[in-house]
Write a protein that binds this ligand. Structure first.
Ligand code: TYD
Ligand code: MG
Length: 454
């Protein structure tokens, strides 16, 4: 039964329902309906109220006061993903699977910033102070003047933070905080939302930069409400494939910087190591490339990255052939297979197809189409690509190879890493630096790979 004054709002589409139900009838989402109090019914502003209202002071876009300088933490990969350091008074959410290394990353951020003279508080509701100390020892940061506390009560935390002036406050994690104003338990939607909103308000009212840790649920959402993502200025996600030491920091939303920037780290015994030249990591081992491997010259954020794409095409043992992809989009693979079939006459109908991106990276660029196709062709024909060759280009449904952005940067990175050849769309770049084999159509790529002609 609906309680008096309560409404039920779908956190996914915003539809308002009279009673709670497991599935939103408006958008079909499950478990997204949450009770909210009807404190401000929509459209409740009485006409008389507007006559008493104060006028707004409109301002110009231009401002004389310079922006406050960013807090450069000294963890270069982290700073870059933030857009050049943390913005004072901003709120940031770091999300990721449990165990991926969020606490390790933020302890490193805290320690380096503190060593650089910033005042940093690290408040953990997940671990005891002694556990954090032992992690700091392992990482070699036991001397860093970080102010540690183990706390979960929002009232105590806010009380302290309003008195003390910190530059950065890290809260690990938002799911462990609880506010005594609400009855719901820690980690519930109501608590997470209330605590996040108080912490964001603290940051916005001239307070410290607040970094909140958020755990991710199985289906990849920040546990609790998506609303935390809307409240904060930036959402960074920390990702890594199980079994690989590499961790990738990605900006999903950033009011103060680009969202396509990534930071690459390697998890080792002594904490996280920053990887300033990720290409070497994602190239796979050894120089000799077997049939089915193609090196994609990609761009991640502002940086060119070379990464090996591996394909395996083999006769299917069952009626329905398998399609398995790691690190790339399944839909995109289906498209490339369909184009290879329809425009180039290569049939995969009775073949299992596996595609893997080396090193645990996830590629989102359409420019990877030609590299994936080349890996597939190479595996299907059992013909390796030339050893020093990189590949990039977008494939259209008609089988054309289309130009992609930043070709020059891609070629330069290839040259820097000892590659001397590229399979690509027709380029307008003057100084190519490597031998370029330009193809207009996918069928040309098939011919060249199968005849080893470049
Ligand atoms: P942690 O930062 O606790 O993850 P999260 O906060 O995201 O849950 O790190 C968890 C993993 O990292 C844990 O399995 C151990 C590993 N690790 C290392 O391999 N080396 C290290 O130096 C540290 C501190 C952790
Ligand atoms: Mg943790």
């Amino acid at each position: 039964m609906a309680r008096d004054g309560a409404i039920y709002v779908c956190q996914s589409c915003g539809a308002v329902h009279g009673k709670w139900s497991g599935q939103c009838s408006a958008c079909g989402q499950w478990n997204s309906i949450v009770e909210e109090s009807r404190s401000a019914p929509p459209g409740a502003l009485k006409p008389a109220a507007t006559s008493r209202a104060k006028g707004l002071n409109f301002e110009t876009l231009q401002s004389d006061t310079p922006e406050p300088p960013r807090i450069v933490t000294g963890v270069t990969e982290f700073d870059r993903v933030c857009g050049g350091g943390v913005v004072p008074g901003s709120a940031l959410l770091l999300s990721g699977d449990p165990g991926v290394g969020k606490s390790t990353l933020l302890l490193e951020v805290a320690a380096r910033a503190a060593l650089a003279g910033r005042r940093v508080a690290y408040i953990s509701g997940e671990e005891a102070v002694e556990q954090i100390r032992s992690r700091a020892r392992r990482m070699g940061f036991e001397k860093a003047p970080v102010e540690l506390a183990s706390a979960t009560a929002l009232r105590d935390i806010l009380g302290t933070l309003k008195r003390e002036k910190f530059d950065i406050v890290i809260v690990d994690s938002i799911q462990t905080l609880w506010s005594d104003v609400h009855e719901a338990g820690p980690g519930s939607v109501t608590q997470v939302r209330a605590c996040a909103s108080e912490m964001v308000r603290l940051a916005k009212s001239g307070g410290p930069a607040v970094i909140l840790v958020g755990h991710v649920t199985k289906d990849g959402q920040v546990a609790g409400p998506r609303v935390v993502e809307h409240m904060v200025d930036a959402v960074l996600s920390f990702e890594g494939e199980r079994g690989y030491p590499f961790r990738i920091l990605r900006a999903g939303k950033n009011r103060f910087g680009a969202t396509d920037e990534i930071g690459v780290f390697e998890m080792g015994d002594g904490g996280l190591r920053e990887v300033s030249n990720p290409s070497a990591l994602f190239l796979g081992e050894g120089k000799d490339r077997a049939p089915g491997a193609a090196v994609f010259a990609g761009i991640e954020g502002s940086r060119p990255v070379l990464v090996e794409m591996q394909a395996l095409v083999s006769k299917s043992a069952y009626g329905t052939p398998r399609r398995a992809v790691v690190g790339w989009d399944t839909g995109r693979l289906a498209m490339v297979l369909a184009v290879l079939e329809a425009r180039c006459g290569i049939s995969f109908g009775d073949q299992d197809v596996y595609l893997n991106v080396a090193g645990g990276l996830r590629i989102n660029e359409p420019a990877a189409d030609l590299a994936a196709a080349s890996a597939l062709i190479s595996s299907a024909m059992d013909m390796p690509l030339p050893q020093g060759c990189v590949v990039f280009g977008e494939i259209s449904l008609s089988g054309e190879i289309r130009a992609v952005g930043r070709a020059e940067a891609r070629l330069r990175e290839a040259q820097k890493l000892g590659f001397d050849q590229a399979l690509s769309p027709v380029l307008t770049v003057k100084d190519k630096g490597v031998k370029v084999t330009a193809v207009n159509r996918l069928s040309e790529a098939v011919e060249r790979i199968s005849q080893n002609r470049y």
